[in-house]
Design a protein around this ligand. Structure first.
Ligand code: ATP
Ligand code: MG
Length: 256
């Protein structure tokens, strides 16, 4: 049975997709079987895994609407050694079209149940909104990984996300937990980064992952080559950090 995790934060540009793609590749390097679900109409996780979003016959959109299934729509990331359930702009329409469907917040969960046994990890890259798509991710997951930058405003949005997770836990998915907060794009030379990082540890204790992802330009360059940073430049500091994060996650699920 796969462990299913959402990478979520309703703030835009905080490093969700970079985390989802590189954790997928990092876990694959630790011999884990991984499915990466792109649940964002931007299709960034799809492109960053080396799959052309303009070239899909089926995608997560058809899967959510019951027009296809995961086994048909999934692709393989050759550059990252994991499977991808891809997305493109079509997915933006799903929100509206799902309104008429029964159990509309559980469509992802039902679709994943059919391939669950084939994977150790399923990672879901959520869009920057607390929308029906994100809700589908949260209903399907055992836990949430929250990437955040260590800056002042990061903490403000966090309480909205935590409240949403609590509500989903109470009403829709009793399995759902916050697995951890991941500090990303970290710049150790900035005093503010150090301060916010220390505050996070104080408030959230062992819910803060030990691994810290540094700001590293190689991670930002990799998507334009259709490669996870972990495969693009394995020796770079950012790639090394995501490989270490993969190991931390493998360890974490043993105690879950
Ligand atoms: P969105 O909310 O739009 O989905 P996101 O939360 O998925 O965004 P990313 O796309 O992963 O965020 O990252 C935003 C930008 O920051 C991208 O240009 C990415 O390449 C860059 N970036 C992410 N992590 C790092 C890092 N550790 N070092 C340097 N650049 C990074
Ligand atoms: Mg993204």
């Amino acid at each position: 049975m796969a462990k299913i995790f959402c990478v979520a934060n309703q703030k835009g540009g905080v490093g969700k997709t970079t985390t989802a793609v590189n954790l997928a590749a990092g876990l694959a390097q630790h011999a884990q079987r991984v499915l990466l679900v792109d649940l964002d109409p931007q299709g960034n996780a799809t492109m960053g895994s080396g799959i052309n979003k303009a070239d899909l016959t089926a995608s997560v959109y058809e899967v959510l609407l019951g027009l296809s299934d995961v086994a048909t729509a999934r692709k393989t990331s050759e550059t990252g050694n994991f499977d991808v359930l891809p997305a493109n702009r079509e997915l933006a329409g799903a929100e509206v079209e799902m309104v008429e469907l029964d159990n509309r917040e559980k469509r992802m969960k039902e679709a994943l149940a059919k391939v669950d046994a084939e994977y150790d990890f399923v990672l879901i890259d959520c869009p920057p909104a607390l929308s029906m798509l994100t809700l589908n991710g949260l209903c399907a997951a055992h836990g949430v990984i929250i990437p955040m930058q260590c800056e002042y405003y990061a903490l403000e949005g966090l309480s909205d996300l935590v409240n949403t997770i609590k509500k989903v836990h109470a009403k829709l998915n009793p399995d759902l937990k916050i697995i951890g907060l991941l500090r990303v794009m970290f710049d150790p030379r900035m005093t503010l980064s150090q301060q916010v990082s220390a505050q996070l540890e104080q408030h959230f204790g062992d819910k803060v992952f030990k691994t810290i992802i540094p700001r590293n330009v190689r991670l930002a360059e990799a998507p334009s080559y259709g490669m996870p940073g972990v495969s693009f430049d394995p020796a770079a500091k950012g790639a090394q950090a995501y490989i270490a994060f993969g190991a931390e996650m493998v360890e974490r699920i043993q105690t879950m």
